[in-house]
Design a protein around this ligand. Structure first.
Ligand code: NI
Ligand code: MN
Length: 232
């Protein structure tokens, strides 16, 4: 399929930098500087217009405060998570599941994820609402779905019927999220054109691999990216 000006770069784990056809930079799950899979040359974020945060776990929100203060992007998250970010000095554009907001040249819809959501703040585990995923629609009509951390859930059917995402970033690592077995079922519900596997290999317990997933859905395009690689 054609991305028509969209550039998607995987920074490792669940973190993606996406450039829009209009030249805006979107960062999904800002775990960059502390992310062991992020290539050194990608750690210096130069420009940032929108930041989407799926939930409060450190491997997703890790550098949100620092990047949010430095670049003052539109920072999107669920209200309880945004409340914590605001207390840390980050301006936010909160929303909740089912809502869509236009941010520059993209439309962002927050959707469900089946996962937990807390923020470790020093010794405390702070309540941060619920985990979510995002559907992003670009002004060239391409739609991507970043599932965040999640198990498969039946309402992925609703995500397909309402939004029909072309490209799905799905966690496959097992242990904290879906394994390839559940992710293959998610593919059946979502019927994407391309799946980009994520959230695998970062830690020893994340044992699922893109090859395992491909074996279970032989007819689907599973696009295994390398950290730092860009598709366009
Ligand atoms: Ni998580
Ligand atoms: Mn995670």
């Amino acid at each position: 399929m054609k991305l028509n000006g969209i550039k998607i770069t995987w920074l490792g784990h669940a973190t993606f930098r996406v450039e829009t056809p209009g030249g805006k930079t979107l960062l999904i799950d800002p775990w960059v500087m502390g992310n062991p899979k992020c290539p050194e040359k990608e750690k210096a974020i130069r420009t940032l217009d929108v930041m989407l945060i799926t939930h409060g776990h450190g491997d997703h929100i890790g550098d949100a405060v620092e990047l949010g203060k430095k670049h003052t992007p539109r920072v999107v998250g669920i209200p309880e998570l945004c409340h914590w970010l605001q207390k840390k000095g980050v301006e936010t554009a909160e929303m909740n599941k089912g809502g869509t907001q236009t941010l520059g040249d993209i439309k962002v819809t927050m959707v469900h994820a089946d996962h937990s959501c807390g923020i470790q703040d020093g010794e405390q585990m702070v309540y941060a609402g619920e985990a979510c995923g995002y559907v992003v629609e670009f002004d060239n009509g391409v739609k991507i779905y970043h599932a965040g951390d999640t198990n498969v859930f039946g309402d992925m059917t609703i995500i397909r019927e309402l939004y029909a995402p072309d490209i799905c970033m799905l966690p496959i690592g097992n242990h904290y999220t879906m394994s390839p077995r559940e992710a293959a079922y998610a593919c059946k519900l979502l019927e994407p054109k391309i799946v980009i596997p994520m959230h695998f290999g970062t830690f020893p317990v994340l044992t699922g691999t893109p090859k395992d997933l491909q074996r279970l859905v032989p007819d689907l395009e599973i696009r295994e990216m390398k950290p730092g690689e860009t598709i366009s």
